[in-house]
Write a protein that binds this ligand. Sequence first.
Ligand SMILES: [Cu+2]
Length: 315
Amino acid sequence: MRRIVTAAIAVALSLTGLFASPALASGTTWLVQAGSAPAGPPIGGGNRFYPAAIAIHPGDSVAFTPIGAHTITFNRPPGPIFALLGPSGGTTVNAKTDVVHSGLIGAGPPPQPAFTVSFASTLPAGRYHFICSLHVGMNEDIDVLPMSQALPKTQAQYDAIAQGEIARDLDTLADLAAKANKRDEDGPIVLAGAGDKRVSNLRFFPATITVGVGQTVTFLKTKDPTEPHTVTFGTENPDPFIQLLPSGGNTFPNATGTANSGLLVTHRQYRFYQLAGVLPPAVATYKVTFTAAGTYRYICEIHDEIGMVGTVVVK
Ligand SMILES: [Cu+2]
């Protein structure tokens, strides 16, 4: 998981040039951006499609350009999210029941190639609902209109809508990070990610916390609804699935050398990822009691390579 999701959000693409004039196949190729990220070092971004809805004709295509790790999925195949990292079902929608699933895209140094979905010229008119399998609520409605009906908007108009939505989301992203840094709680609390339904800061807040020997730090994933995280002290298991299982208990340092929350997700994410019977029930909070003075580095095993790491100083 770690390796795959990794470089993913390591994205600082200028939007300029992203919405170039559409190439013509049999029909028009429409452009949609999957995800958004601020310029500069990767810190997270928007987990939405931009724009979130478009209208096209049968025979047209939609090219989804990924900014960060996402999937482009029509009729999600059943099974846990881990089974969906590869593509399935091809790239053409010939019927409302077809599966089109990109697998994981956008996970690598930018720019990453677009995933283009073709809509058959014989396709019935109607709404075709696409999702990102990684991010709850990341949806794209594609309305296929009959050829007899004029399309309501041009690509330039969609680009303007997209740019507005991206600007708003990136403002929110920065706001939420600022607020997460300014919290003032009674006890030692660390936020594992800070976001809302649309955006996520892939960081711990605060990145460094100081406590006394015997104190307990509470790590909360509850303020970041669209991303999963872990809180992992000590040795990281090399197996990406084992990384998602809790281990080592709730004290550190301890005899096992590890204190790992396992996958932290909301109940909604747990259902969305179809994890029942695969992972223990959904948990979004992890408590660790520190038993000795020292400086303890920890990571989110999913997002550490883009800087989601923290430190607990115990005095
Ligand atoms: Cu996504």
